[in-house]
Design a protein around this ligand. Structure first.
Ligand code: GBH
Length: 459
């Protein structure tokens, strides 16, 4: 496939959403200020050995204290949307009960600051920072957490819904469930397959309850969920590898897409899971299929790479394995650069689920950046990554995918979860010693591209 494509700014629809994205724990810092309670990521990052270099989100990008300057930075890029997440433990320090007004006020100021600069806020309710008090009573493995999440969603929708018109319930339930409860590389760090499926189920139930709460407290707002999806390709064109790819797709993609679109869980994966399935564990209650399938206004898709899959009999319960194709380009996580798979993915999702709209809510790449002596960061590889993936939206739009927008991950370098500060995804460089922000070449390219988009549209 061609890795040289450049997007044509004139070919995007006039009202296309162009944004940048962040998440609360990754950028805010101020972990103990203004009444914020501890989250599972505070606990996890302060547990020795969990995060590379012992890094924590205590300070991160200090965004909490640099709000006005960061708002100016966002506006300077020329984006028309900003995706951020609300830290649940700022709003409800223990995940339940009374609202902490100072916590909600931070997001109110953020929203007002965006609107004053002509930038549309896209608010994610949950990007992994569960209040620790809720983990102490079982976390997402407990159904009570889903109900608490629904109440919290109602609080945020009531408090900000007069100005926020786009809500994302949950960011990447696969990561929260599988990385957090299945393989334990994310908070809360458990390693139990059955518990990861309990968590996934309650995340999806929580999503449904949050959709209902947003509908009730922010009438007319758009609400959806963000899934991390990987299009799958068989390593060889054999029935065994095709079947393995289908299993991988069921585990990674359909397990979430099917319930969100009202179909309940895919039967092939239920069969493979056996005792670990939500049904076998007695967790799927009457009405859950409808709840998880509560109608949404859009699907958020986070896409970074693709999956090339081979049959691997005896390898775990999925009997499949991802392979690393030779001759491909890779980013700093050793993820294959596969922009064509974004086109395939968007067309496939439209064909199979027919969402009313799809937004790429994250896409980006990590590379080891070099700061030049003049202070610039010439991140050519990241720039090309963005160019190719934005270009990959065009054939998807032409083929009928209802793509409404695109958000670059990330506005700025930040706390990259278990990788700490070593892996940089920003289009703006952050010096974590001085907190100086410097727009990278990729950021300058994005701003220039967006300026041409608007210029052509308004011509
Ligand atoms: C997204 O997750 C997140 O929403 C965002 O917060 C994050 O910063 C961004 O991607 C970049 O990672 O063992 O090779 O899988 C995507 C899933 C989960 C991918 C953690 C990287 C660890 C490295 N991410 N994972 S790997």
């Amino acid at each position: 496939e061609s890795l040289t494509a450049r997007p044509d700014p004139r070919r995007f629809p006039p009202r296309f959403t162009w944004g940048v994205a962040t998440a609360a724990y990754q950028v805010e810092g101020a972990a103990r200020e203004d009444g914020r309670g501890p989250s599972i990521w505070d606990t996890f990052s302060h547990t020795p050995g969990r995060v590379k270099g012992g890094d924590t989100g205590d300070v991160a990008c200090d965004h909490y204290h640099r709000l006005e300057a960061d708002l100016d930075l966002i506006a300077s890029l020329g984006v028309n949307a900003y995706r951020f997440s609300v830290a649940w433990p700022r709003v409800q320090p223990t995940g339940r009960g009374a609202v902490n007004p100072k916590g909600l006020d931070f997001y109110s100021r953020l929203v007002d600051g965006l609107l004053a600069r002509g930038v549309t806020p896209w608010l994610t309710l949950y990007h992994w920072d569960l209040p620790q008090a809720l983990q102490d009573t079982g976390g997402w493995a407990s159904r009570d957490t889903a109900h608490a999440f629904g109440e919290y969603a109602g609080i945020v929708a009531a408090g900000l819904g007069d100005r926020v018109r786009h809500f994302i319930t949950i960011n990447e339930p696969w990561c929260a469930a599988f990385l957090g409860y299945g393989i334990g590389i994310h908070a809360p760090g458990h390693t139990d397959l059955a518990r990861s499926y309990a968590a996934a189920h309650h995340l999806l139930v929580g999503h449904g309850l949050a959709v209902q709460a947003v509908r009730a407290h922010a009438p007319g707002a758009q609400v959806g969920i963000t899934l991390n999806l990987y299009e799958g390709y068989p390593a060889t064109d054999t029935p065994a590898d095709r079947a393995a790819t289908r299993r991988q797709d069921g585990f990674q993609n359909r397990w979430y897409l099917d319930p969100v679109y009202g179909r309940g869980y895919p039967q092939d994966i239920l069969d493979l899971l056996g005792d670990a399935s939500p049904h076998a564990q007695g967790l799927a209650l009457p009405g859950d299929t409808e709840l998880m399938g509560a109608p949404t206004d859009f699907l958020g898709v986070n896409m970074y790479s693709r999956a090339v899959v081979e049959d691997a009999p005896g390898d775990g319960w999925l009997h499949s394995r991802q392979v690393r194709p030779e001759g491909s380009e890779y980013t700093g996580f050793d993820w294959e650069v596969a922009p064509h798979s974004l086109t395939d993915l968007l067309l496939r999702v439209q064909r199979d689920y027919d969402p009313p709209a799809v937004y790429v809510t994250e896409n980006g790449a990590t590379y080891p950046d070099t700061v030049e002596t003049d202070g610039t960061v010439n991140d050519e590889a990241r720039t090309r990554y963005f160019q190719m993936h934005v270009a990959a939206l065009q054939p998807a739009l032409d083929g009928g995918a209802k793509v409404g927008g695109y958000f670059a991950w990330s506005l700025m370098d930040n706390f990259e979860w278990a990788e700490g500060y070593e892996k940089r995804f920003g289009i703006v460089h952050v010096d974590f010693g001085t907190q100086a922000r410097t727009v990278k070449a990729s950021g300058r390219w994005y701003a220039d591209f967006l300026a041409r988009t608007h210029a052509e549209v308004n011509a």
